[in-house]
Design a protein around this ligand. Sequence first.
Ligand SMILES: [Zn+2]
Length: 267
Amino acid sequence: MKLLPSGFALKHKRMSMIKHTKINSIPLYYERNLDESTWGDLSKWKAGRFNFDEELYEALEWVFEQVEKFFMFPLGIITAGVQVDKEGEHKFGRAFDLDGIVFQGGLKLRIRDRTKLHAAVMATFMQRFGVVLGWMYDEDHEDHFHVDLSKGWGFRNSRSIVGAVQWFLELDGYAIKIDGIWGPKTQYAFGKHEGLLKLKVYDTLRYPSHDEYGAFLRRIALKFFDEVKRERMIEDGEIEEFPGNDMRRTLKEIRRLVDEALNEEEG
Ligand SMILES: [Zn+2]
């Protein structure tokens, strides 16, 4: 049975859908159920056209602007679908599934790999989308993450959001369990990371404000993008690890040079 008001809403939503082959100027690809060995090769025949709700499309434009600005220019976006005939936000073109991104220089981000680059990209999406479901949410999201606009932006005490925050903290070196539950250890690590939540482990639990959550996501994304870039530059021999990375060693080296100069003067 269909009621008129929801039928009207459906029609209204459909009217705002537009087909796109690119986000910003980055082509979109579809690679599901294809030969694994050619994943991310950006073959022309894998390029696709997708139906987007305008609001979703605008949010994705913002996300990929950030990725380009703070990391690298993507050559291709691999999606598992936008408007799909199934229940939920996908039906209205208001949800997006990301399988991966292929960057300049052949770097491939595959969402099934739990890397810092994956985390940085996820943290960027989380700065704009209220719903981001990744591997920490359930088994269906092991190989892609899902974003949609069904909920407003901000921190929520949900398994998807808390699980993602815990994963970012773990990648950043904190020993915490990724269980999607906001407890004292998560709060402590978050507070220490941010310097915003000035609480100790045994203090009263409270959730981050929207501002604290936003600042955390932004810092994580920038930090991880930067680390991945730096690692790649070291691998390629473009920069040396010493001395830029280690302030203590740098200061020691400066002191040694000063001492040397003073000794020479005396002598
Ligand atoms: Zn989805």
